[in-house]
Design a protein around this ligand. Structure first.
Ligand SMILES: *[C@@H]1O[C@H](CO)[C@@H](O)[C@H](O)[C@H]1NC(C)=O
Ligand SMILES: *[C@@H]1O[C@H](CO)[C@@H](O)[C@H](O)[C@H]1NC(C)=O
Ligand SMILES: *[C@@H]1O[C@H](CO)[C@@H](O)[C@H](O)[C@H]1NC(C)=O
Ligand SMILES: *[C@@H]1O[C@H](CO)[C@@H](O)[C@H](O)[C@H]1NC(C)=O
Ligand SMILES: *[C@@H]1O[C@H](CO)[C@@H](O)[C@H](O)[C@H]1NC(C)=O
Ligand SMILES: *[C@@H]1O[C@H](CO)[C@@H](O)[C@H](O)[C@H]1NC(C)=O
Ligand SMILES: *[C@@H]1O[C@H](CO)[C@@H](O)[C@H](O)[C@H]1NC(C)=O
Ligand SMILES: [Ca+2]
Ligand SMILES: [Ca+2]
Ligand SMILES: [Ca+2]
Length: 577
């Protein structure tokens, strides 16, 4: 879940653009071997092109052309350049009857075997080995080298392609790593645009010039003349002379909701239509620029802060703690913040991410805040999976440090709900004999094939769980359980002055029970493409699970606002999102 998420916009050619996608999957690029995610991206593209050519009964080059035509405008030309440059190598290999996507990406130079390492392959290995296949097909090493050089030189800058994109790119490069909204004139941490950490992540700023106006604050002077908290409720009731905030909201339980978390919290999701030759379409790829600008996260459809129903690319609808909170009390409209960051673990949360939360302990409403880091503390390792896992004593110190910081930030009356880590064994147990979308056409690639391939490239999002080694999976779960225990203990021990802390399990088994009891399949809980994150269905179910747990932990937390109907009548959709 780690990746240079911000610095991507300036530097990618077409292949690197697909990498943008792959890098958002937890990949520590520096640590990868044998070509790492470059190799994986090349293999993906060539696989799709080859399968498309088979489906449409034409050549692999035409398959590539077809793939390019599926892309939105700024990416089409670099894709065609990639196609033209790689065509001679691909054609030669097809002519010699030695073509496989693996061999092809080795020939192109994206994949290689580092000294002392095995060649990685997703498809059946040629009997004589990939290297010999290439030497046979390209007997003149100099000629191949020159062709490869042309491919490597294809460094088209996406930012140069469209007028006006350049300055946006620069801005994004500078600011995206801070996890703050990019478009935020008054710097109150709330934006007016959807993407780039905007309204998909945090409620819309209804006045982006005034820093004192933003979602979640206590209304100023009853919001008689101005909507200081952006909940759409403003003005004075002529009959009584009271402000509507006073009449409708002052006796209600006003809360915002937020989450400090990882890619699961932000709802990382790669549409399966991008990875399946059977499902790929122009329509499925149209939204790529928007999705990339959201860091491939879909917080607006997520379990804690979702507010919008899913589109074609996320085929299930949305339920969330936010929607339920708003339903209980319409005064809470727009008061949500998703501080989920791909790759976040207890360390980066304490070191930097937590500081991007926007809450003023004096002027703002109390917050219901989730702390949910469900895997990276046991997943971020690559070279040495076990040694890189967080130790319980470090988890304890970091979590405590986060709670101490929150005690200076959260308004009195807030509640913090900390979850444990997931038990990721569910991934292998559920997917072990299922076909990955990239194998849709020939029914040939299974999830364990993908796990082994990514582990070979040391580019797996979680080598401790996404592995065929049961001993290792068990160890990873044991450490995760030990870390969860620490969170649970610390939630009990720590005595903040402004809020209370509660613990709940991140209970995937419970979600599976909820889903299968209504006739669903367990595999629907997991993201089909990465085989790792909680899916749209899981997010939907999590909302209900969270809600039930919150009610158990803090009885009477949610009191229905009797004025909801009047609010709806007077203020309609309260300005929407
Ligand atoms: C594919 O196209 C070739 C030449 O156009 C044709 O001979 C062949 O029958 C086609 N195969 C299928 C499966 O459509
Ligand atoms: C405030 O809410 C409580 C509980 O719903 C109710 O008993 C009380 O009458 C309300 N007070 C006012 C002033 O509306
Ligand atoms: C999403 O769609 C479902 C089913 O039609 C509906 O019940 C729900 O209210 C919708 N939710 C939102 C946030 O629009
Ligand atoms: C938590 O982060 C702060 C800086 O934000 C750092 O000084 C401190 O050492 C960190 N604590 C732990 C246990 O890593
Ligand atoms: C892994 O854990 C499961 C459940 O505790 C156990 O049944 C299994 O024997 C363990 N496998 C190995 C290889 O340790
Ligand atoms: C499985 O993982 C364990 C723990 O990392 C390791 O000791 C063992 O050698 C691995 N087994 C295989 C077959 O790779
Ligand atoms: C988990 O904690 C127990 C008890 O402290 C310890 O014996 C065990 O080695 C730990 N397991 C892992 C994988 O860290
Ligand atoms: Ca703003
Ligand atoms: Ca503002
Ligand atoms: Ca208001």
């Amino acid at each position: 879940m780690r990746g240079p998420s911000g610095s991507n916009f300036g530097v990618y050619s077409f292949v690197l653009y697909i990498l943008v996608i792959w890098m958002q999957i937890p990949v520590q690029v520096n640590c990868s071997v044998n070509g790492g995610s470059n190799c994986a991206a090349c293999t993906l593209i060539v696989s799709l092109a080859e399968q498309l050519s088979e489906i449409h009964n034409d050549t692999v080059i035409e398959g590539l052309d077809r793939l390019c035509k599926f892309l939105p405008d700024p990416y089409q030309q670099p894709c065609k350049d990639f196609m033209m440059t790689t065509a001679p190598i691909i054609q030669q290999m097809i002519f010699d009857d030695v073509f496989t996507p693996d061999a092809c990406c080795h020939a192109l130079g994206y994949c290689y075997a580092d000294p002392g390492r095995q060649e990685c392959h997703l498809y059946l290995k040629p009997k004589m080995g990939i290297r010999s296949v290439i030497t046979r097909s390209f007997p003149d090493p100099m000629a191949l080298k020159i062709r490869r050089q042309k491919v490597q030189n294809l460094n088209i800058d996406i930012c140069d392609l469209l007028p006006g994109l350049k300055s946006l790119c620069n801005m994004i490069e500078k600011k995206l790593d801070t996890h703050m909204p990019i478009a935020d004139q008054d710097e109150d941490r709330f934006s007016t645009i959807q993407t780039l950490r905007g309204t998909h992540f945090r409620g819309r700023d209804c006045d982006d010039v005034q820093k004192s106006i933003y979602p979640g604050r206590k209304p100023v002077d009853g919001d008689k003349t101005e909507d200081s908290n952006c909940n759409g409720i403003t003005g004075v009731d002529k009959k009584t002379g009271n402000s509507y905030e006073e009449l409708f909201c002052s006796n209600a339980t006003n809360y915002g909701v937020g989450i400090l978390g990882d890619s699961a919290a932000a709802h990382f999701h790669l549409p399966r239509a991008w990875f399946s030759a059977v499902e790929i379409s122009l329509q499925s790829l149209e939204a790529v620029p928007m999705i990339v600008a959201d860091e491939i996260d879909w917080p607006h459809l997520s379990a804690v802060t979702g507010y919008k129903n899913s589109s074609l690319l996320a085929p299930w609808w949305t339920d969330s703690v936010y929607l339920r909170l708003r339903d209980v009390n319409h005064c809470n409209h727009r008061d949500y913040q998703n501080i989920g960051v791909n790759g976040a673990d207890s360390g980066s949360m304490n070191d930097s991410i937590q500081y991007t939360l926007a809450r003023n302990p004096k002027t703002d409403q109390p917050l219901l805040l989730f702390y949910s880091l469900i895997g990276n503390d046991v997943c971020n390792g690559h070279a040495d999976t076990i040694k890189d896992m967080t130790l319980p004593e470090d988890m304890r110190k970091r979590f405590r440090s986060t709670l101490q910081y929150l005690d200076t930030q959260l308004p009195k009356g807030s509640h913090v709900f900390a979850t444990g880590l997931a038990d990721g064994r569910v991934l292998f147990d559920t997917l072990k004999d299922k076909i990955h979308p990239i194998g849709d056409w020939r029914q040939d690639i299974t999830y364990p094939d993908i796990y082994n391939y990514l582990n070979c490239l040391e580019s797996s999002p979680c080598s401790g769980w996404m592995t065929t080694n049961e001993t290792l999976r068990n160890f990873t779960s044991e450490r995760a359980a030990n870390l969860s225990k620490v969170v649970q203990e610390e939630a009990k021990l720590f005595k903040p002055t402004n809020f209370d802390v509660h613990y709940m399990d991140y209970n995937i088994q419970r979600l599976i029970q909820m889903w299968t009891s209504t006739g669903g399949k367990a595999a629907d809980i997991i993201e089909p493409v990465d085989g790792f994150h909680p899916s749209q269905v899981a997010n939907f179910l999590l909302a209900e699970y969270y809600w039930e747990e919150m009610n158990k932990l803090v009885p009477g937390l949610f009191r229905k606002n009797p004025h909801n109907a009047e609010i709806k009548k007077l203020f309609g959709d309260q300005g929407g999102y």
